[in-house]
Design a binder for this molecule. Structure first.
Ligand code: MG
Length: 397
């Protein structure tokens, strides 16, 4: 019998983390969870670890390490803090990085520098630390497979062609979020509850708000550029940023597309179900034996496509601007956005202020290159401080 592929799940208590556990449980002959980690949800992490009995468990919040150790059998190794999360990512053949936000960077780097496969659901680490992550990606054995549904789709569409130079465009699809079709005036009045009510995907609060502003789509354009837009990985192509387009597709069935030089477009379709991209990243280059999100074509009905409203959703173009500036500009934008989204969820700013905060922070970018981890961390910190100042000075309701 072939030994099962070992899996580490960092961020196991969140939306992607719990779905990852389901996926692994659906094929226990071939996959086994050996390491789990979460940020601060101690109780759920403990119950997951008791049920699965991994070899290694870590919690990001160091103040909870002693409680975690007390709650688990002595045979399970326990660790804490950023170092504990990074260590978790070195323990398995594949690590699913499902951490929310910039905090996922040590996990991304830990896994790639250990020469292992990274199943990346944490887009912020790649966006903010592009040059540093690209360097880590060159480690022998290191492999980056996207778990973001759009990028998993692009990854699949690119496999349809043997001739890498014949890729002419990538179309990243967007549901448009809960506010698609609304005017700038209407958007000035939207509430937290409305922004959290995504029409097609059930996700954590940060990415749900990012979907409502199209910031998520903007960040995904930068993510696609890092993953596929340069000759970095085995599926990397030398595409210009403007060759990565955004197409609004409210049904979220076409997860993205690749258009070739002869005009042919290849798309990947499935019902919205994150277990499919998770399973894809585990099984690649094979296919997972269990189907998620399979389409019933007799019930599918109409698929619609339209261009994004760039005026009502300015965060999209901010992302193109940040990618064009390069260096730490994407890190600045992503960090500002994390601060702004948190302030919005706390009721401190309005929905429409998120774009204004992001724009104001990005316009003050200091030209940092982001070639080193220290430079990226510094850029992230500067942008957070700047975003906090702007929110305090200008936007307190
Ligand atoms: Mg996505």
């Amino acid at each position: 019998m072939v030994e099962p592929t070992t899996v580490a799940i960092v961020g196991s208590t969140g939306s992607i983390g719990t779905q990852s556990l389901q996926v692994v449980a659906d094929d226990p002959d071939h996959y086994r969870v050996v390491a789990l980690a979460a940020g601060r949800s101690l109780d759920l992490l403990v119950s997951q670890a008791r049920a699965i009995r991994p070899e290694f468990v870590a919690i990001g919040d160091e103040s909870q390490v002693a409680d975690l150790r007390d709650a688990l059998p002595a045979a399970i190794e326990v660790a804490g803090g950023e170092a504990g999360l990074a260590e978790c990512a070195r323990r398995a053949d594949v690590t699913i990085n499902a951490v929310v936000g910039f905090a996922g960077l040590p996990v991304t780097l830990g896994c790639l520098q250990a020469g292992k496969r990274l199943a990346l659901a944490n887009k912020e680490s790649l966006i903010a630390a592009g040059p540093v992550v690209q360097k880590a990606r060159q480690t022998p054995g290191a492999e980056l497979i996207p778990v973001d549904s759009e990028h998993a789709a692009i990854h699949q569409c690119l496999r349809a062609n043997d001739v890498a130079t014949r890729v002419s465009k990538i179309q990243v699809t967007a549901s448009g979020g809960p506010f698609r079709g609304m005017t700038v005036e209407q958007l000035a009045e939207v509430t937290i509850a409305q922004a959290l009510n995504h029409p097609t995907w059930s996700m954590g609060p940060k990415i749900t708000i990012d979907s409502s502003t199209l910031m998520n789509k903007g960040l995904e354009v930068i993510e696609a550029n890092e993953l596929f837009g340069r000759p970095a990985g085995d599926l990397g192509f030398d595409l210009a940023l403007d060759d990565i387009e955004v197409v609004v597709h409210p049904q979220s069935v076409v997860h993205s597309m690749v258009t070739y030089s002869d005009g042919s477009t290849i798309a990947q379709l499935s019902m919205p179900d994150m277990r499919l991209p998770i399973a894809y990243a585990l099984a690649y280059p094979d296919r997972y034996p269990v189907a998620y999100g399979g389409i019933d074509w007799t019930l599918l009905g109409t698929l619609d496509f339209e261009g994004p409203d760039r005026e009502a959703f300015p965060c999209l173009d901010l992302a193109y601007a940040a990618a064009t500036i390069g260096g730490t500009a994407p890190a600045w934008l992503s960090a500002a956005n994390e601060v702004a989204v948190e302030a919005f969820l706390q009721g401190r700013i309005r929905w429409s202020d998120i774009g204004d905060v992001n724009s104001a922070v990005l316009s003050g970018h200091d030209g940092g290159t982001g070639d080193t981890l220290a430079g990226v961390l510094q850029g992230d910190q500067l942008a957070r401080i700047r975003a906090d100042e702007i929110i305090r000075d200008r936007f307190v309701l």
